[in-house]
Design a protein around this ligand. Structure first.
Ligand code: G3P
Length: 217
C-alpha cells in the first residue's frame, strides 16, 4: 500500500518524508489556500517545492471545468515536473480529459469520486488513480469503506490498472481498514499516519526495558 500525505504544508510533508514511508503527496485548491498559497505563479512554485521534498507522485488539481481549459492547465502542470500527476474532477469534461491525458501518457488522479459508477467510468477513461472521498461519505452517513470495497471488486473483475487512492482519510482506522480491503494507496493527514505508530503498551514496555537496563548497569 502506498502512503501519500494529503496536505500542502511543507513542514508536515518533510516530517512524513523523514519517517521514510512517504510515497507521494496529494493537494487540492482548499489545501493550497489553507497554506496561504494563492496566484498561479506561487501555486506552481509551491508544487516545485513539494517535488523537492518527496520522491514520488504529487497530485496538482486543475481549476477549469471545460475540456479545452483542463487540457491546457493540465499540460502546464505536467510540464512543470515529472512527478506531477494532473488531478481532474469527476465531471463529463473531466472524463474526456482523463482519456486525453491517458493517450498522451500523462498521469491523472480523478478526484471527487463518491460512487462505484464514477470510479468505473474513470477507469474506463484510463485514470492512473481514482480518489474516493471516504471521510466525506462518512460525514453524510454513507459508509465510505463500502465504496472502497465496491471499487476493489469492480477493478479486480476486469483487471483495471487504475489505482484506488483512498482519500478524505480522517484517522488511522480508515488507513487500516483501507489496507484490509486492498486500496492501492491512501492519502491522509500527518496525524492519521502518526496515529499508526502509537500504542500505550509499546510505551509502557519500552519504559520497563530501559529502567531494567539501568538496574543491571
Ligand atoms: O484531497 C482530497 C481529500 O482528501 C479531501 O479530504 O478531509 O477535505 O474531506 P477532506
Amino acid at each position: 500500500m502506498k502512503f501519500f500525505i494529503d496536505t500542502a504544508n511543507l513542514d508536515q510533508i518533510k516530517e512524513a518524508e523523514e519517517l521514510g514511508i512517504l510515497d507521494g503527496v496529494t493537494t487540492n485548491p482548499s489545501l493550497m489556500a489553507k497554506e496561504g498559497i494563492t496566484g498561479e505563479k506561487n501555486i506552481l512554485n509551491h508544487y516545485l517545492n513539494i517535488c523537492k521534498i518527496v520522491n514520488g507522485d504529487v497530485s496538482a488539481e486543475v481549476i477549469s471545468t471545460n475540456l479545452k481549459q483542463m487540457i491546457k492547465e493540465g499540460e502546464v502542470l505536467a510540464n512543470l515536473h515529472p512527478q506531477i500527476v494532473v488531478k481532474i474532477p469527476m465531471i463529463k469534461d473531466g472524463v474526456k480529459a482523463l482519456k486525453y491525458f491517458n493517450d498522451v501518457n500523462i498521469k491523472t488522479n480523478c478526484t471527487l469520486i463518491f460512487s462505484a459508477g464514477q470510479a468505473l467510468l474513470a477507469a474506463k477513461a484510463g485514470a492512473t488513480y481514482v480518489s474516493p472521498f471516504i471521510g466525506r461519505l462518512d460525514d453524510v452517513s454513507n459508509d465510505g469503506l463500502v465504496l472502497i470495497e465496491e471499487i476493489r471488486g469492480i477493478y479486480d473483475n476486469y483487471n483495471f490498472n487504475t489505482q484506488i487512492l483512498a482519500a478524505s482519510i480522517r484517522h488511522s482506522m480508515h488507513i487500516i481498514n483501507c489496507a484490509k480491503i486492498g486500496a492501492d494507496v491512501m492519502t491522509g493527514p500527518l496525524s492519521s499516519i502518526l496515529g499508526l505508530l502509537k500504542h500505550p503498551l509499546t510505551d509502557i514496555g519500552l519504559a520497563k526495558f530501559l529502567s531494567d537496563y539501568k538496574k543491571g548497569n
